[in-house]
Design a protein around this ligand. Structure first.
Ligand SMILES: Nc1ncnc2c1ncn2[C@@H]1O[C@H](COP(=O)(O)OP(=O)(O)OP(=O)(O)O)[C@@H](O)[C@H]1O
Ligand SMILES: O=C(O)C1=C[C@@H](O)[C@@H](O)[C@H](O)C1
Ligand SMILES: [Mg+2]
Length: 198
């Protein structure tokens, strides 16, 4: 596991956001992590579909990828007001630069990249129901290119968690253990307690 420089700063975290390619485990781990922390859970892909009353496949086929990316960016932006929440992104969300910068610079957001090699990710996706109609999975010849293009964005996350060979529960536990602590508040509290004693 690897913290980037920004990821090792102690600060008050209101939101954990999970990023990674399709099959990385964002939805599975996000749900488990939210339960562990007692926080709310949002899956950006689900929220997009509910708000637009259309499946992702329908949005791709009616408006193309560009329309989907705009709806996706708006949805993620709107979720960033929620506190005590775990938010799982779609696999391509960090390709939108505004989303990327927002998630990396918002002081209350902790961005986690769930990492695994492409062959393992594809095996996981194939085992899931609905694999046959997923727009990005269907464009086989472009997958390697998408993966390579996204990797540098993912690797800027505050925390990188390799997920091969471990379970979703273990992955969620590792993230919970690596969350920054809010030392500032702790110090103030200690200071206040001492003042009361004097
Ligand atoms: N260590 C692990 N962490 C997370 N998921 C794992 C792990 N090992 C195996 N898996 C499996 O991989 C699959 C990940 O699927 P999931 O839908 O959570 O991915 P996702 O990142 O949300 O993908 P998408 O971008 O398609 O929404 C699940 O079936 C999960 O059980
Ligand atoms: O990798 C991608 O580009 C995608 C991943 C899914 O989570 C969905 O957001 C959608 O199918 C696009
Ligand atoms: Mg998902």
């Amino acid at each position: 596991m690897e913290h980037t420089e920004a990821g090792s700063l102690n600060r008050k975290i209101e939101r954990v956001v999970l990023a990674g390619f399709m099959g990385a485990g964002k939805s599975t781990v996000g749900r488990l992590l939210a339960r562990q922390l007692g926080w709310q859970f949002f899956d950006a892909d689900e929220v997009i579909q509910v708000r637009n009353q259309a499946t992702i496949a329908e949005i791709f086929s009616s408006g193309g990828e560009a329309v989907f990316r705009r709806l996706e960016a708006e949805t993620i932006h709107s979720l960033l007001v929620e506190s005590h929440s775990v938010i799982s992104l779609g696999g391509g969300a960090l390709e939108t630069s505004e989303t990327r910068e927002l998630l990396l610079t918002d002081p209350a957001t902790f961005l986690v990249f769930l990492d695994a090699p492409l062959d393992i990710l594809l095996q996981r996706c194939e085992q899931q129901p609905g694999a046959a109609i997923r727009p990005v999975l269907l464009e086989r010849e472009k997958l390697q290119e998408r993966f390579a293009r996204r990797l540098p964005h993912f690797r800027r996350a505050h925390l990188i968690v390799p997920t091969s060979g471990i379970s979703p529960t273990e992955t969620a536990m590792k993230i919970a253990a690596a969350l920054p602590v809010d030392k500032t508040i702790g110090t103030e509290k200690v200071g206040q307690d001492l003042e009361h004693q004097n």
